[in-house]
Design a protein around this ligand. Structure first.
Ligand code: FEO
Length: 666
């Protein structure tokens, strides 16, 4: 009886499972069986995509007949002539004599080779890029030579975005009722058999697989229909990723595939010791006895692992036969890009290492890890050190020691901060003004800057909280910034910087009265520009408040260069004059004449008032102990202090914090 499943509404799977096959292609054991997939499209014309192996012909023909529902079969598209898909073509044609064959020229040649009947008059030849229509479905063809035979092609259904991929993306294993990849836990249950299928069936043809993947990459694909295994309708990218790795001979994992051939167990013993040492070093090992495990499994893991170790005894002056067969198999599957170590054994003339190297060396991009390790019959006393050294080399490559981690500083921890850094910024100097309840306020700041160029433009200013103007800006919600020029006198800084609006009216005796449209004063002298701003946001910065503001009016006042903070310190702030040195002297009480010196002669007469020494007072300067403290680099205020200024200290004159003070003595 038929056994079908729908792939799409009009596309029916008519394939079958084969669980009685011992060896696929007569060589690859398939203990979990294999499926032969065939698909029937029910369009205006009916189209069958490939047939099946003769082992399952009975259910196949029942399924095709059932799915056709009495319609005739119009077309057979042949993607691949290998008999696991083509053996029933002749029977199909006998059952559906009107069927036409859509195939490429190489398929046509092979058809004639496999079957004695001449099918030429029913063949519609297609080639790369040709388009074929079954009514509502339109197909194009992608030649995929050597994936897995030279005649292989893929067919792309442009209408349903379905790609019929021939052998590509197949897997060993019967479907067991599941048809779609999402009906199984593919990457847990089936990936191993998919890998074994790929590496053994098409592993040799990596470049050809890469070429066809490149062509297919241009297609929008919703469904992938291979000739073996699951139909992919989701997460195909994950499987494609594996194909990209396998076909480029890129190891899937950094691990060791250790294969050994041992007659009496001594080579096996060395292999076991090496495996243990590798595992102790954190290396994953996949280990096989070549006399027990069929080569297809070992080939599969050789494609999977980055490092390969082969250990074998000498046999007939060569290498043990199962190892020799394995190495031939790996070479014929084009394995490359691996790191390889060799362990040989021989009781009187060890040659297996040399032979193994000769078999491995022609593979592309193989790097041998050191010299062969040679056992004479068995591992000698102390020779496990050689295995330990090999394990060290492999482990160092697979699990390289991480670079010494940079010491991590938890966020929030403030390390050494040199206050001099902040004097390297090229701050400007501005007068910030505002107005509250009819009273004008202002202070010097050096923190104004544009922060956004869109309309309205935005600036930020930061004000010391202890400054009265800071509070007034918060109340007013608006302010002006007058940009100070280099010709500004120190008096301007004293007026707005070294006194508080709480104590004095800073505008009481100024000659100018100019205001901007917002009604707030600005400084028309010793400035080159003024901006009127409206506060749109604030941020509390502990000692300061950051105001974010829109610029609502601005004008240039002069071409005079702006005064920078550095310029103020270098050229405007008065330099401190050293106190005049006091000397020991004698001062005339009558006229004030000063005789300098420690000793006055007894007969000295004042040259001004003519009084004698008795009228002179001996003045000995008091040696004043210098006082330690800090001087404000902004306004010059000296704060006596024998230790550190308190963290929250602010200058009583200009309100700057302790970061603007430097140690001083006076
Ligand atoms: Fe499934 Fe290449 O045959």
């Amino acid at each position: 009886m038929q056994c079908t499943r729908k792939v799409h509404e009009d596309l029916i799977w008519v394939g079958a499972d084969d669980r009685r096959l011992a060896c696929f292609e007569g060589v690859y054991g398939v203990p979990d069986g294999v499926s032969y997939n065939s698909y029937l499209l029910l369009d205006e014309k009916t189209v069958l995509f490939d047939t099946v192996d003769k082992a399952v012909y009975e259910v196949f023909f029942e399924s095709v007949a059932y799915a056709l529902g009495g319609r005739k079969l119009d077309y057979l598209v042949i993607s691949h002539m290998e008999p696991d898909h083509a053996a029933t073509i002749e029977s199909l044609i006998l059952r559906y004599p009107e069927v036409r064959i859509v195939c490429n020229a190489k398929v046509k040649t092979m058809l004639a080779q496999f079957f004695l009947t001449d099918y030429s008059d029913r063949i519609d030849l297609v080639k790369e890029g040709d388009v074929f229509s079954s009514g509502t479905h339109e197909f194009s063809f992608i030649m995929a030579p050597m994936v897995h035979w030279p005649e292989v092609m893929m067919t792309y259904d442009r209408t349903s975005k379905t790609l019929f991929t021939a052998d590509a993306f197949g897997t060993f294993g019967a479907l067991n009722g599941r048809l779609f990849n999402d009906e199984t836990d593919f990457f847990v249950e089936n990936l191993g058999e998919a890998r074994r299928y790929y590496t053994n069936i098409v592993g040799k043809y990596g470049p050809q697989v890469q070429a066809v993947l490149k062509k297919a990459a241009a297609l929008e694909i919703s469904t992938v229909c291979p000739l073996h295994g699951f139909v992919w309708r989701s997460h195909f990218g994950d499987f494609l990723e594996k194909y990209l790795q396998w076909s480029s001979y890129t190891p899937e994992e950094q691990s060791v595939m250790l294969a050994y051939a041992s007659v009496y167990g001594h080579t096996e013993n060395a292999a076991n010791i090496l495996a243990a040492k590798l595992v102790e070093r954190g290396v994953r090992v996949r280990m096989y006895d070549t006399s027990v495990t069929p080569a297809s499994y070992i080939v599969s893991d050789a494609f999977r692992c980055s490092h390969l170790v082969f250990a074998a005894t000498t046999y007939n002056a060569g290498v043990f036969v199962t190892m020799e067969n394995l190495l031939h198999d790996l070479a014929s599957h084009n394995l490359q890009k691996r790191k390889v170590a060799v362990i040989e054994n021989g009781s009187w003339a060890p040659t297996s290492g040399k032979v193994m190297r000769e078999l491995i060396a022609p593979m592309k991009n193989i790097e041998f890890l050191g010299d062969n390790i040679t056992l004479k019959s068995a591992l000698a006393k102390g020779q496990d050190a050689e295995l330990a050294a090999l394990a060290d080399v492999i482990a160092a490559e697979i699990n390289p020691k991480p670079e010494a981690a940079e010491p991590e500083v938890p966020s929030g921890v403030v390390l050494d901060v040199d206050n001099g850094v902040f004097h390297k910024f090229s701050y400007g100097v501005e007068v910030l003004t505002t107005r509250v309840d009819g009273k004008d306020y202002g202070c010097i700041i050096n923190t104004a800057g544009q922060v956004a160029a869109g309309d309205p433009k935005k600036i930020t200013i930061s004000c010391i909280k202890k400054n009265n103007t800071c509070d007034m800006v918060a109340k007013a919600g608006k302010f002006n910034i007058s940009i100070v020029t280099e010709d500004a006198p120190y008096a301007l800084f004293q007026r707005f910087g070294f006194q508080s609006g709480r104590d004095v009216d800073k505008f009481a005796d100024v000659a100018w009265t100019e205001r901007m449209a917002n009604g707030i004063r600005y400084i028309p002298e010793y400035t080159n520009a003024v901006l009127s701003c409206e506060v749109i946001g604030t941020e509390d910065l502990d000692t300061q408040v950051l105001y974010i503001a829109n610029v609502v009016e601005a004008k240039v006042l002069s071409k005079a260069p702006s005064c920078t903070y550095a310029y103020y310190h270098a050229h405007i702030k008065p330099k401190k004059n050293p106190a005049p040195e006091q000397k020991e002297c004698w001062v005339c009480r009558v006229c004030g004449y000063v005789y300098e010196g420690a000793e006055m002669p007894d007969d000295f007469v004042c040259p001004l008032c003519k009084h004698g020494k008795e009228e002179f007072e001996h003045v000995v300067p008091v040696v004043k102990q210098k006082q330690k403290g800090y001087v404000c680099t902004i306004c010059g205020h000296f704060e006596p202090c024998d230790g550190e200024l308190p963290a929250d200290y602010t200058c009583p004159l200009c309100k700057h914090g302790r970061e603007d003070f430097e140690p001083a003595e006076q």
